[in-house]
Ligand binder design. Structure first.
Ligand code: PEP
Length: 251
């Protein structure tokens, strides 16, 4: 079994001091280890994070990318810039960007394409709202969101790509998550990919995100179709984050 991929999504949090200290301590704790750990800091700290983690197993993830290659797009960052800097993963389709930045499927598709073209690894976030869950639309929503890629770019686009199932109702929420239900959704996503390509469905990392913490992480990752976790809140506290890593990697 592959080592689970643990990604910390720091969102709009932290400052220079936080990034320095956190990554110094993390590199020290993970010295000589070969775990699959990634940190997604604010874009302004990407370069610092890359320098700080250079000789460690920690890889850096961008929280966003622009759809354009270059040009008059003030404030934006291109996939080529991320690649040149040494970024490995890029989050796209996160519900916070879909909601607060009105990101459309068309833009998410373009981002996926440009990330792949620059040999970066897209982490496509998908998932339903609470209303959609109550109305039993979870599978339809997830299927539509993965079909956006399959129908437009072909199933091969999912080779060396990652899907993060992040039910919107579970993000930063107090609603208890039912791990068996999450596993079922992951299994559904994998089974749909399998209809197109068995190898890709077997190898693709399908991460779970939504209120993961040191109490539920181990149980979540015991599920056969959950290959990693995307952590928001709990990744901002060094001790909590290390606790999760220790639980998962048995150290
Ligand atoms: C996220 O927003 O990607 C996330 C998983 O957040 P949290 O862990 O805080 O629910």
């Amino acid at each position: 079994m592959k080592k689970p991929l643990i990604i910390a999504n720091w969102k709009l949090n932290g400052n220079q001091y936080f990034v320095n200290i956190f990554l110094e301590k993390l590199c020290y704790k993970l010295k000589k280890k070969k775990y699959n750990i990634s940190i997604a800091p604010s874009s302004i700290y990407l370069n610092k994070a890359i320098q700080k983690t250079k000789n460690s197993c920690i890889k850096i993830c961008a929280q966003n990318v622009d759809i354009n290659k270059f040009g008059a797009f003030t404030g934006d960052i291109s996939a080529e810039m991320l690649k040149n800097m040494g970024v490995k993963y890029v989050l796209i389709g996160h519900s916070e960007r879909r909601i607060y930045h009105k990101e459309t499927n068309k833009e998410i598709l373009k981002k996926f394409e440009i990330i792949k073209r620059n040999n970066l690894i897209p982490i496509l976030c998908i998932g339903e709202t609470l209303k959609e869950k109550i109305n039993k639309k979870t599978k339809d929503i997830c299927l539509n969101q993965i079909n956006l890629i399959i129908k437009n770019l072909g199933i091969k686009a999912f080779k060396n790509s990652i899907i993060a199932y992040e039910p919107i109702w579970a993000i930063g929420s107090k609603i208890p998550i039912k791990i068996q239900e999450i596993q079922k959704v992951h299994n559904f996503i994998r089974s749909k990919i399998k209809l197109y390509n068995k190898k890709i469905s077997k190898n693709i990392i399908i991460q779970y995100g939504g209120s993961v913490n040191h109490k539920n992480a181990k149980q979540i990752l015991k599920q056969p179709d959950i290959n990693g976790i995307l952590i928001g809140n709990a990744s901002l506290n060094f001790n909590n984050f290390i606790k999760i890593i220790k639980i998962i990697y048995n150290i």
